[in-house]
Write a protein that binds this ligand. Structure first.
Ligand code: MG
Length: 217
């Protein structure tokens, strides 16, 4: 079914994700803090928009939500300095880094990539995009997700280990960022399993960007 594209007709590019960016989430995962951002990618097929469904793959018995602030890049940038990094952001949104935790755990044990755990179809749902302006303080944004109206994650971007400007600077030092690229900036603590029939509602700020998604097998 054809859907009218959201804000404005978008051509999305690469989907970069940052892992281990909140200390309490590192603790709950029994992971270790890193000196530099943990970077991984999701394929384009994982991206869905507000009111789409999250489809649970047969290959996993334990899929988790990770609510995150998502950045939409608005200009080509390479080697951008942190002090100039806000200029690269066109819009922000809430998103969920959906993760097949069992597959990721196996990959970690074997020292293998996370792509399979992170990249299934519909594993990167993103809410409505809000035009970014410098009046928005990206490091003081509330971020939360409910499952069936029960709060599961409630954090604030002030707790990021690597702030947004450092993430953009770090990524742009290694990859050329293009308009339409997305960056998932990491999740606070409280990740938990989602099941068929669940209704997920995520938001950043005071309904600045919201995301609704139902979960299907
Ligand atoms: Mg994540």
């Amino acid at each position: 079914m054809f859907k009218i594209p959201q804000f404005p007709p978008l051509h999305f590019g690469s989907i970069y994700c940052i892992g281990r960016n909140y200390a309490e989430h590192i603790k709950e995962m029994k992971s270790t803090r890193t000196e530099t951002p943990v970077v991984f990618l999701k394929p384009r097929c994982s991206l869905v928009l507000n009111n789409d469904s999250i489809l649970l793959p047969e290959e996993s018995a334990n899929v988790h939500h990770e609510v995150e602030l998502v950045l939409l890049i608005g200009k080509t940038c390479k080697n951008i300095k942190a002090k100039d990094a806000l200029d690269a952001i066109k819009a922000i949104a809430v998103g969920i880094d959906v993760t097949a935790r069992d597959i990721q755990s196996d990959a970690k044990k074997s020292g293998l990539p996370w792509t399979l755990a992170k990249g299934f179809n519909t594993f990167a749902p993103v809410g409505n995009f809000v035009t970014f302006g410098k009046e928005i303080d990206l490091q003081h944004i509330d971020i939360s997700v409910t499952v069936n109206n029960e709060i599961r994650q409630q954090g604030n971007t002030r707790d990021m280990i690597f702030p947004v400007v450092e993430i953009i600077s770090y990524l742009s030092g290694r990859f050329t960022l293009y308009p339409g690229d997305l960056i998932f900036t990491g999740t606070p603590e409280g990740v938990s399993q989602i099941k068929p029939g669940d209704k997920i509602e995520a938001q950043i700020g005071n309904n600045l960007s919201t995301l609704s998604a139902d979960v299907k097998a």
